[in-house]
Design a protein around this ligand. Structure first.
Ligand SMILES: Nc1nc2c(ncn2[C@@H]2O[C@H](COP(=O)(O)OP(=O)(O)O)[C@@H](O)[C@H]2O)c(=O)[nH]1
Ligand SMILES: [Mg+2]
Length: 369
């Protein structure tokens, strides 16, 4: 069997973490599987792929372009994995993924393909379900009103969340380890009622709960290739998408002492960036901070919003002597202000920790540009 699966979903929902967990679980219990990290930054290895590679997962990346618009590159990556014996390959979508059903699934199908498509999968975390529930304003299942035409106020990205979920064949509620079983059941109920065309299931990519059911759903299920009634060009959706900016910074930091704490350094950058974006009046749905040393040790921190606690995803096992650092962010903030906030945070923290930065890559642009 050769099967391809898109993992869509909001920033920070856990797509990369879930694809890593799925790939490992599928390979161990069903058949060889692999993952592709897709990001818009060009030329260098980005945080998600570096994380997967450091974690020992069979992984590749497509950078500089969305898989929506580079089917030749995507097909070449898939062929390489399928030729190597993989039976399932999953890929995420950069940014927010809205439109991937049309561009990737329908596009590949129209061109002809020699592999199957697994259910179009959309990840969501409990907190985002709460946003939708709060903004629902009495709208109920089966509503004929298209996404983007609801009453959600600006700023909470509810139009993007809703449009993503409308594309789903399979909705995966992730991070269930952070909520109670009753809250999980309530969130699943809401999702099943609001998006009746999709199957819903719950997992925790962190603990592995529910991965067996997810693997079975992808192995046994098929893409419906529906055409959901999403107002892709509508002002509300376009406005939300156009308000986002992408940020990339990759550098090497030379360490001057023998007790440098890489984990604290990442947390320091994260706190400064979070504060600066908040002061600029922006929102920071996802900032990824990954650093690794030549011996393969690595640390990772994630910011999932200006008002949310920093997530210390992984701590360094040892003091570092020399680290490579990748910062990737998507933010609701004009590019110049975002650039100043995050670059300023990295520079200030590096000064504080007495590190000399050698920058390899630095880029920041608005998604609406
Ligand atoms: N508690 C918890 N955290 C998770 C889970 N899945 C992902 N995360 C964390 O959520 C943050 C964002 O995850 P990531 O996979 O980078 O999200 P992506 O932007 O959708 O690819 C990271 O700090 C992850 O460690 C989960 O199942 N439980
Ligand atoms: Mg990711």
């Amino acid at each position: 069997m050769k099967k391809f699966c898109v993992f869509s979903g909001f920033l920070g929902a856990g797509k990369t973490t879930a694809m890593m967990a799925l790939t490992k679980y599928y390979t161990a219990h069903i058949a060889p599987a692999a993952m592709i990290s897709n990001d818009l930054g060009e030329g260098v290895t980005l945080a998600d792929h570096r994380l997967a590679a450091l974690s020992g997962v069979k992984a590749d990346e497509i950078t500089g372009e969305c898989i929506c618009f580079c089917h030749d590159v995507l097909r070449a990556r898939l062929d390489a994995f399928f030729d190597a014996g993989c039976e399932l390959v999953c890929s995420d979508i950069p940014g927010f993924g809205v439109g991937a059903l049309e561009h990737v699934y329908h596009g590949l199908t129209a061109e002809g393909r020699a592999f199957d498509l697994a259910p179009f999968t959309v990840l969501i975390e409990p907190r985002s379900v709460e946003i939708l529930r709060a903004r629902d304003g009495g709208r109920r299942a089966g509503s004929s009103r298209p996404a983007g035409a609801d009453d959600a106020p600006d700023g909470d990205m509810a139009h993007i969340l809703r449009a993503q979920l409308m594309e789903a064949d399979l909705i995966v509620l992730n991070k269930t380890d952070l909520v109670s079983p009753a809250q999980t059941a309530q969130a699943l109920d809401f999702l099943a009622g609001a998006f009746p065309a999709a199957r819903v299931l719950a997992i925790s990519a962190a603990t592995g709960a529910g991965l067996d059911a997810l693997c079975e759903a992808l192995r046994d299920g098929a893409a419906s290739l529906r055409h959901p009634a999403i107002d892709y060009e509508g002002d509300a959706l376009q406005g939300e998408m156009g308000s986002l900016s992408e940020y990339y910074l990759q550098y090497r930091a030379l360490v001057c002492c023998d007790d440098f704490d890489g984990t604290a350094y990442l947390a320091d950058i994260a706190a400064r960036a979070q504060r600066a974006v908040a002061e600029a009046g922006g929102e920071l749905p996802h900032l990824k901070l990954l650093a690794w040393s030549p011996d393969g040790d690595f640390g990772k921190a994630d910011v999932l919003g200006v008002g949310r606690a920093l997530v210390r995803t992984r701590a360094f096992a040892r003091p570092c002597v020399d680290v490579a650092v990748v910062l990737n962010a998507t933010a609701k903030c004009p590019p110049a202000a975002l650039d100043a906030a995050i670059t300023g945070a990295a520079e200030a923290a590096s000064k504080e920790y007495n590190l000399e930065m050698t920058v390899f890559r630095h880029d920041c642009f608005g998604m609406g540009e």
